[in-house]
Design a protein around this ligand. Sequence first.
Ligand code: CMP
Length: 487
Amino acid sequence: MTRPRSKNRALFFLFVAAFVVLVLYLLHTFEGSLKDTFLHGTYSSPAAEAQAGESFRMVMNIVRLVLWMSLAIVVVRALASLIFGTIFRRRRGYEAPSLIRNIFSIVAYIASFVIIFKQFYPEVGLGALFTTSAVLGAIIGLALQDTLGNFFAGISLHADKPFQVGDVVTVGTRTGVVESITWRAVKIRTFANHIVLASHSSVSKEAIEVCPRDNLNARLVYFNTLYTDSPAKTIHIVREAVREADNVSPKITPIVRIRNLGESGLEWEVKYWPIDYAKYNDTDALVRQRVWYAFRRAGIEFAFPTRTLHVERKSKADAAQTDGSGFIERLSAVDIFAPLSTEETARLAGASISHIFAPGETVIRAGDEGASMFVVHSGRVSVQLSDNGKPRTVAVLNEGDFFGEMALFTGEPRAANVVAVEETEVLEIGHQAMKHLFDTNPDLVDSLSHIIAERRVGLTAKPQSAENGEVESEGIISAIKRFFGFD
Ligand code: CMP
């Protein structure tokens, strides 16, 4: 929009300049005839005629001076439009600040006026003019102290270049987009579409926050969730919801993180990078909206100031049976517990404790002592050995698989690390609960010992003959019996 306008303006000024040149040329060509026209007639004396001729010359000089000065004005304006409106904009991509434009124009006007004036009146000393005007200047300077202060603050601000047209700035309590930089003030359009004129001297005194328009500036949006909602799930849901919103830069993945463990819930922040920072208000609102919809779909709840009162009346076993957590179903689907009666499974579910682990968290550490085993209720874990300090995955266990039985049944230290691959819920079953089961289900020892023998093979990764496997199982059976005090 502005580019053709400044180009047209430059063309218009050049056209006017051509017109003035033509008038000057005509004046020069027809000066003789003009003189004859104006001075014809009779004069009382030759002195009167000479006087009239001198007057004519003076008038012509003034007319020419005015024409030349007009020409200078028009040329300077044409040049300013061309340099700052067209060339500057094409090179830099934004309009030149009017402060620079004004300084250029003032210097160019003064220089051309002095040169033209000297051509017409070489005998007049301009030095004297400046000396006399120095006193006047001091008086005007005192009167315009504030204005001049702003002017010079503007020049120093300009040399510094802390911001430019189009940047989002916060000066004091006002935030908005820099619309122009005049010789006196910075014009800021706030997000309420108000214009704020911040004088250069006040801007140079304050701390200014600048978000350059050609830079990816980050935004933070806050929200809260209930403690019962899983952090890993929330991170995933919010990240996906935000990265798809309009004006969110695809160059950097939004960061979702817990800011604080607050009174009413988890306090979160999501950091994203708007493509056009000047539209951050709309984008923040859109981000909040997207998070709301994503939460609705995923069943995640926003936290608001609440107090949760927990009243525990049931025994754990009853609770597990009726609270819909699915522990009984989970345990009854585990191979080794298949022979158990419904009551035994329910009792086992009641005695088991649920734990939740974030992706990457260690559930079991190799070498630790262990007095319990675990069943994967949801998620996945990987069984890892350390090879020269680097983890090597031996097996991945899914929902319904169990681990930790080796240390529990043999009393040996944990044979491997077990790490959650994704968010994982495990049910922990202690030594005492298993001891009860062995009393009523002696076959359990057999099936467990076979599994332990197989897993040991997996750990050493050495091929083993069927015969060796049998010998190993026998050894494990007697180790289990000894450990549980059956022998
Ligand atoms: P524990 O030794 O108590 O702790 C580490 C656990 O990793 C171990 O019990 C087993 O439950 C499990 N584990 C070890 N080796 C394997 C394997 N090869 N396959 C599956 N699970 C294993």
